[in-house]
Design a binder for this molecule. Structure first.
Ligand SMILES: NC(=O)c1ccc[n+]([C@@H]2O[C@H](COP(=O)([O-])OP(=O)(O)OC[C@H]3O[C@@H](n4cnc5c(N)ncnc54)[C@H](OP(=O)(O)O)[C@@H]3O)[C@@H](O)[C@H]2O)c1
Length: 292
């Protein structure tokens, strides 16, 4: 594919709402390209590039923060009432900015349970969990906001500092086996790089409002954990059958095991031409192992 001149440069200013795991990775990377990136958190930080935003306490950023903003990315989940924190506090403010682009990190939970089948962006969402209904409502709010929004549906996010290695180290690992159950996942670097790829090639690629970002290889949780133990040169504990373990799991953990789907990345990786850095959990976990 012909590569056009990058549309990302030092004239671009990003506001990143929610500087958690994915938001901080994105901010760090986009700054390396010369862009300005200011990030939000709910409490004051010493970092001069950060500002306070908390929809629960109505704490909104001051006017100056919005000066010259060209792009925003929201990495904040729905609030406890199911509203989108950014839109419920700042929609009018954002609409007055004439933004070039707005990104929203959502979840593949909106697809619900497909009993192990593949899901793609053309499938009708069919949320099973209450939180996924809330999420779908937030997606709708973004679409209807009138902002130039692109929604990214993500499966389980992992990367250095947040992977099965940390669970093993904290001795919180539970090796659970459930027949035919798979999970999809994505390395945090691929979320950032896929978004940057789409922004850099905005003028040459057809715009899609909803895009899955997932790796090529959905698989069972046991395969992932076994691979971590192999890298650590340790013996994996004996797996427990899901039926025997489920009553001891938290409601949130149980809810993850109630859904079984494979998330397709064909739109992103075939139609739009993004090349994954970490195509599967083995390559991604090696990166976590070397950087933990
Ligand atoms: N983790 C996963 O595996 C996964 C999978 C699929 C989709 N997602 C979704 O993808 C997005 C990014 O995920 P992540 O794991 O990178 O996020 P994360 O690390 O959990 O960070 C979430 C951020 O949201 C901020 N936040 C939460 N409630 C807020 C509120 N009411 N007002 C203002 N800020 C608020 C937090 O602020 P503080 O920094 O002050 O805590 C934090 O910076 C989230 O929407 C998440 O639900 C996550």
């Amino acid at each position: 594919m012909k590569k056009f001149a990058s549309s990302l440069n030092n004239k671009k200013k990003f506001l990143i709402f929610g500087c958690g795991f994915s938001g901080s990775f994105f901010a760090k990377t986009i700054r390396k390209l010369g862009c300005t990136a200011l990030t939000s958190s709910r409490s004051e930080k010493k970092d001069p590039d950060s500002f306070v935003f908390n929809s629960d306490t109505d704490t909104v950023p001051n006017k100056k923060i919005f000066d010259g903003v060209t792009h925003i990315l929201s990495c904040i989940p729905p609030d406890k009432n199911g509203n989108d924190p950014v839109l419920s506090s700042l929609k009018n403010k954002l609409k007055n900015l004439s933004l070039e682009w707005a990104g929203y990190l959502s979840t593949t939970g909106v697809y619900g349970n497909t009993k192990g089948d593949w899901v793609s962006e053309t499938d009708q969402p069919n949320p099973l969990q209450k939180r996924s209904h809330k999420r779908l409502n937030c997606e709708k709010e973004w679409v209807e906001s009138g902002l130039p929004v692109q929604i990214f549906r993500l499966p389980g996010i992992y990367g250095p500092g947040r992977s099965a290695f940390e669970t093993i180290k904290n001795k919180k690992i539970r090796v659970i086996s459930k027949k035919d159950q798979v999970f999809s996942r994505i390395h945090v670097a691929d979320i950032t790089n896929a978004i940057i790829y789409l922004l850099e090639n905005k003028n040459s690629l057809k715009f899609h409002q909803i895009i899955n970002i997932a790796d090529d290889e959905p698989c069972s949780q046991i395969e992932v954990i076994q691979y971590c133990y192999d890298l650590l040169n340790l013996k994996m504990p004996k797996p427990i059958l899901y039926e025997d373990a489920k009553n001891e799991l938290s409601p949130i953990a149980q809810s993850f095991w109630m859904e079984n789907r494979k998330v397709s990345n064909k739109l992103l990786c075939e139609t739009l031409g993004y090349k994954l850095i970490y195509k599967n959990y083995k390559i991604g976990l090696k990166n976590c192992y070397l950087n933990s």
